[in-house]
Design a protein around this ligand. Structure first.
Ligand SMILES: NC(=O)c1ccc[n+]([C@@H]2O[C@H](COP(=O)([O-])OP(=O)(O)OC[C@H]3O[C@@H](n4cnc5c(N)ncnc54)[C@H](O)[C@@H]3O)[C@@H](O)[C@H]2O)c1
Length: 361
């Protein structure tokens, strides 16, 4: 008989309602059994929409973790509490999916990884862009060697004017940074995963507070409050890996640029290149001629023909529950997510000191 997994949700805000709850509730072997938010109405509302009839409501996550019947906990709070809550949940014997970035600092991310290893419970991080169709096909192409050895890449996280004005995204103390740690993190995760290269050697970065102090700015989510905007509005980095491969990371919530692209990467390898413009494109050379191929993504893949949703959040949640059920390694491992956090932190440090940051691998 299929095991039913009882899940507790900690943090019932934007990402809980936008991704985790709708996608988890489509799975037959999952029961949304407990909801916690420091704002009680949010937990109550989430239960009403997605919870089982007898689901519990909490305002203190420590109380939720005492429920021994819960198998899995999703940590969907602001970055400042990712490590504290995830470690407590692992120690309480739960498998944990924590939202991205892994933690506010690399040291906290390291403690999360160690807690996962110590407890033997599974830990994964919500890098949902890996589960898009274009990403999964590109990963397969990379693994099959179609691009050869990838020695140059760009990680794109550029918005023209889309500063998140809800919650605590502008608060340095609670988030640890701005667009770099918020959306740069997705683009970098995707890039490292495609390259399958987690050995950084040296990082150089800059951060900018150029547009954050403007009043009445044009913005997708309404004008921001310059007084509250303590994080950077843009950050850029250059990452050189142990094998010499070089990554340019560009991230901004507000940049005067028409070249906008988010949660995407461009890759250049010895055999071919790839980018995620207009879907997925491969470029290379054959018979002394250059070629560009576009991969057809709208026709549906294996999941589609098996009647399964191909939407990234649905695939992400399905694969996470499968990893627990079949005792597999989650697609996003804590080790990989830790390296993302270490590189982001090195970019912030380099921006602060004006010096390159060297890793001792
Ligand atoms: N994967 C993605 O693409 C994606 C997108 C958006 C946000 N996120 C991540 O999700 C996290 C939350 O972002 P959001 O947009 O949902 O923010 P949000 O402000 O909308 O929601 C966070 C919720 O957590 C609650 N909360 C805060 N501290 C708590 C605590 N100690 N215990 C219980 N509840 C607590 C808040 O009251 C709020 O309801 C952030 O880390 C963010 O980076 C990921």
């Amino acid at each position: 008989m299929t095991k039913m997994y009882r899940i507790g949700i900690i943090g019932c805000g934007g990402i809980a309602n936008g991704k985790h709850l709708p996608s988890l509730s489509k799975l037959a072997n999952v029961e949304l059994a407990a909801f916690c938010d420091i704002v009680e109405e949010r937990a109550t509302e989430a239960k009403k929409q997605y919870g089982s009839a007898d689901a519990e409501i909490y305002t203190n996550y420590e109380e939720l973790l005492k429920d021994e019947s819960l198998d899995i906990v999703h940590v969907l709070t602001p970055n400042i509490s990712h490590a504290e809550i995830s470690i407590a949940a692992l120690e309480a014997g739960k498998h944990v999916m924590c939202e991205k970035p892994m933690a506010k600092t690399a040291a906290e991310a390291q403690l999360m990884l160690e807690a996962g290893e110590r407890t033997g419970k599974k830990l994964t991080i919500g890098y949902n862009n890996r589960f898009r169709q274009d990403s999964m096909v590109l990963k397969q192409l990379c693994e099959a060697g179609v691009l050869g050895s990838i020695y140059f890449a760009k990680a794109h996280a550029i918005r023209r004017r889309a500063v998140p004005t809800w919650g605590v995204f502008l608060d340095e103390e609670k988030q640890g940074g701005g667009p770099l740690i918020d959306i740069g993190t997705h683009a970098l995760d995707l890039t490292l995963w495609m390259m399958d290269n987690y050995q950084p050697r040296v990082v150089l970065g800059t951060t900018h507070h150029e547009l954050s102090q403007r009043e009445n700015a044009a913005n997708a989510w309404g004008p921001w409050d310059p007084q509250k905007f303590s994080v950077e509005d843009s950050a850029f980095g250059m990452i050189v890996m142990e094998n010499g491969a070089t990554i340019i990371l560009e991230s901004s919530w507000a940049l005067n640029s028409l070249d906008v692209d988010e949660a995407k990467c461009s890759l250049s390898g010895t055999e071919a290149g790839a980018d995620m413009k207009n879907g997925l494109r491969i470029n290379g050379e054959k018979f002394s001629r250059l070629y560009t191929q576009e991969i057809e993504l709208s026709s549906g893949g294996v999941d589609f023909y098996e009647g399964q949703s191909e939407d990234a959040p649905d695939v992400e949640m399905r694969k996470w529950i499968e990893a627990i059920d079949q005792d597999l390694e989650p697609v996003v491992t804590p080790k990989q997510a830790l390296v993302v956090s270490q590189i982001l932190e090195a970019i912030y440090e380099s921006a602060r000191t004006g010096k390159a940051v060297y890793f001792n691998n």
